[in-house]
Write a protein that binds this ligand. Sequence first.
Ligand SMILES: Cc1cc2nc3c(=O)[nH]c(=O)nc-3n(C[C@H](O)[C@H](O)[C@H](O)COP(=O)(O)OP(=O)(O)OC[C@H]3O[C@@H](n4cnc5c(N)ncnc54)[C@H](O)[C@@H]3O)c2cc1C
Length: 489
Amino acid sequence: MRLLVVGNGMAGCRFVQEVLDRTDRFEITVVGDEPGGAYNRILLSNVLAGATRPEHTTIASEAWYAERGVKLQTGVAVVAIDRAARTVALEDGSSLPYDHLVLATGSTAFVPPIPGLVRPDGSFLPGAALFRTQADCAAIAGWAGPARRAVVVGAGVLGLEAARALAGRGLAVTVVQREDRLMERQLDAAAGRVLDWTLRRLGIEVVAGASVSAVHGDEHLTGVTLTDGSAVDAELMVLCCGVRPRADLGRSAGLTVGAGIVVDDRMATSDPSITAIGECAEHRGRLYGLVAPVWEQARVAAAVLADPAAPVRYAGSTMVTRLKAAGIELAAMGDDSPRVERDDDGDGDGTEFVTFVDRTRGVYQKLVVRDGRLIGAILLGDTRNAGTVTQLFERGAALPLDRSALLMVRRNAPAATTTSPTALPARATICQCNGVTKGAITAAWQAGAHTVEEIAARTRATTGCGTCADTVCGLVDWLAQADTPAPPA
Ligand SMILES: Cc1cc2nc3c(=O)[nH]c(=O)nc-3n(C[C@H](O)[C@H](O)[C@H](O)COP(=O)(O)OP(=O)(O)OC[C@H]3O[C@@H](n4cnc5c(N)ncnc54)[C@H](O)[C@@H]3O)c2cc1C
């Protein structure tokens, strides 16, 4: 059976790995429009910050595919699907047949309509870049070298990670955002103010309530004008203005498309021989922009294809966002509730808001509780309890009556109130991106994986955003100690 995957990103590559883990009965072809093998897009923020080398982002090289008998065509886009003939057309004029098609085309970065940004040949004015691909990241890093000042447009997770990375390279950075608060999709106004303070302390200027109205420079960017009339000199501009699902292929092929390609709980589109996964897919009216849901969808799609009778379903994902920016600790979870601004202790429907603020340390923490359970949280400036809080959020477990114990972690606090891996139950999720629990890591240890690398190879923990690496390391140390026989008395 011919399985054709369009898109060799985080979802497409993981889908292939999950299929190969289950069966060898498919003849798999992957078509990706980016060059080379698959890489970990998440790590581009670390690459820009100089913390990760570009070659260390590879997830699956071209050789990896070849060794497993998977045909990989890179640097070429699929431009059309002929559902009746079960073929796809490639931009080089060739076509490929399929029995089952998987669309994993991700998202495309939104380009705001700024006069002067796009040149007549369709390219950007040099010095201006999006931040989505390895090529974008290389362009930004190249321009950052000689630049002294940078403008980052957009103050979501991506914009702030880019801003922090560029500030770390010694550039004077201005973040320009249209909304009146930072990370408006995750934070309430009070958290936004504390984050604003944290950024300024790190030397990053924030201009809120404005956007870029024009860019300047003939051969290269020299500066921008903002909608409030002010001007910012800059040799580099990074656009982080959100993403749009790449659903056009599905739309023009007549699949049901809303904001993304509509899928059911088994990741099937309106055509049963076409599956869609990742950021291009819309499931129960929702789009996802984080890797944990994308990888979960890839797992479900692979399980369904490998065994159509398997009772496997994707039921949607909870949202946990971590910022990967040196000097800014931030974890946010829940949908809308943490963004709700309340200065009392409830909103009349039984929702409790528990907050702790320590502006001098740049700490803002908020728990949103309904019926004794956590439905959202913001931990800014101090994420030592993020593991425990995330776990309570994901499991919908009853909170302790003393909510403050979850927020105010004293320095040198006993392990029971911090994220010490020893204090977590076996079902606690350690690696959010891959959904790996403490129990799974313990089982891997018992099966012979005794280093972080061996645990990663067996469970995939640490292979997403990497923020769980310290916790996994702590677990490995703890398991090693537990395994060491006590010295004779
Ligand atoms: C810098 C950065 C940092 C991030 N950090 C985090 C983080 O810390 N945590 C987190 O959870 N998420 C993070 N994300 C988001 C995460 O990377 C995405 O959720 C994930 O990559 C989505 O996977 P995907 O496969 O759906 O899309 P993608 O990874 O974008 O892959 C889609 C692929 O399909 C290709 N393609 C599209 N159309 C075609 C076509 N017609 N023909 C051929 N190929 C095509 C695209 O070029 C791309 O290679 C980050 C993203 C970026 C850019």
